[in-house]
Design a protein around this ligand. Sequence first.
Ligand code: PEP
Ligand code: MG
Length: 571
Amino acid sequence: MSFTLHGVAVSGGIAIGHAHLISHAGLDVPQYKISKNQIEAEVERFDHAIHATLEDLKVLRNSIPASAPAELDAFLDLHIMILSDPTLSSAPKELILKEQCNAEWALQQQMNDLVAQFDQVEDAYLRERKADVVQVVERVLKSLLGHASPIPSVPVTSILVAHDLSPADMMLFKQHPFGAFITDIGGTTSHTAILARSLNIPSIVALHHARSLIRDRELIIVDGSQGIVIVNPDKTVLAEYKLRQNQWELEKQKLKRLKTTRPTTLDGTEIELHANIELPEDIADVKANGATGIGLFRSEFLFLNRRDLPGEEEQFEAYRKVAEEMNGKPVTIRTLDLGADKQLFGSEDVSANPALGLRAIRLCLAEPQLFHTQLRAILRASHYGRIKLLIPMLSSVAELNQTLHLIDHAKGSLAEENIPFDANMLVGGMIEIPAAALLAHIFARELDFLSIGTNDLIQYTLAIDRTDDRVAHLYDPLHPAVLELIAYTIKCADKAGVPVSVCGEMAGDAKLTRLLLGLGLRQFSMHPAHLLGVKQQILHANLPEIAQQVNRMLKMEDPEKMRSCLLRLNA
Ligand code: PEP
Ligand code: MG
């Protein structure tokens, strides 16, 4: 029987293949009582499984291939940390002792307790971390039960169907490629979703019942762009999707040829295409996709998933590496955007609304020593390439002045020590709070460049938590208020003669390229995987024509009309 499932589209493309069900060890946990004289041996068996799983994770972490996504390292560290915590590595032993239950059962009970605690947490990002706990427990259970690796060698066209996939599984996945994967759980900010995007294969999450409804080896179609799974398709549907799949593959191949083509519109306007990175290791991807600079280096990723803070020397080396590797091309380093969903290890955010709390530049101004260390590291690296500094989450001119003062102070301290730096390093600001967009005329006058962070600009303009998938349907880049703020920011930057870019997810969405060009945008920064698709749009764009159409769109009030206009704009 053919049926269709709908989930959250994470990574585009079409895959057709046979389902390979990833077993969910948690489902088959044996539960039995042990006698008093078996307790010691059972505790030993438990300890052994924990130890073996920890060793496995460490081996995996140390053998990450260079081609694997940079996030894997951090995720494996997180899993090692979870497993090392006494709530998992010790508490179940108490249960074995007190309740005389087998090790698997004790571990499962402890996991259920922890998961229930996570369910009480209000923060969506933290709530999603319960999936990490479950994944770690499943690894230990597999070790206790003597299960093999969850990803045996099956054909490369196979489609993994899992309740959830752990980052460690994803690493094996990288070594034994599959056609696609689909999971029951995971929001758009789950680790699985983040990794999926960087692996660039079709994937869908939040399908809820895929794992229980789909049977092993059933033929399925995954449309990663639409978030649709078709199980047991009939002949006509199959033929249609094979055609679409070929077209998609052909497009991908064609796109590769654009790597060295200059991104110039039909009317001869040169557009700048820059890349967003999280870690220095991402540079390989940047080069492979022909970016002409780094438009956003999210420096806070150097600070995550570790117990200590990177010092000046370590930060300097990371920034210098990127500057040197980019060989004279611009590298825009954003100062720490910690807070909200990106917390330092061990620091607890007690505010009710962390996205509105002590985040980004607010945090840096409240912690001047932390900021000073980073500013010195960035300035020192500026001697080795074309570094630009970007300030996140500015909301007022007072904040800007305070920041500029601290930059001057860091420059002064380096000058005193005769340490070289680029005294003319450009300083820009992110426009991602409506207040900043409304004051764009002032920020454009006071700064060397602007960068529009549409992810947050949409979140704060529409009052929609970007990590909460229950309101994800309201997160609308085409909302007239959002477009108005983007248009105004670009206009102010143009008037002041300073460059302006968009570095949020809107910049990497090829369906929005023409719209942004029509709003006057000439500089885009995005995940490297999206660069060539956006470049293709640029090569076919005629700016004067587009500008007229977009001007008309800006006057529209009806979202439906707006969407059909966008379709016409992209036709
Ligand atoms: C943004 O808000 O659009 C942005 C680029 O910053 P981040 O996604 O890191 O918050
Ligand atoms: Mg932001």
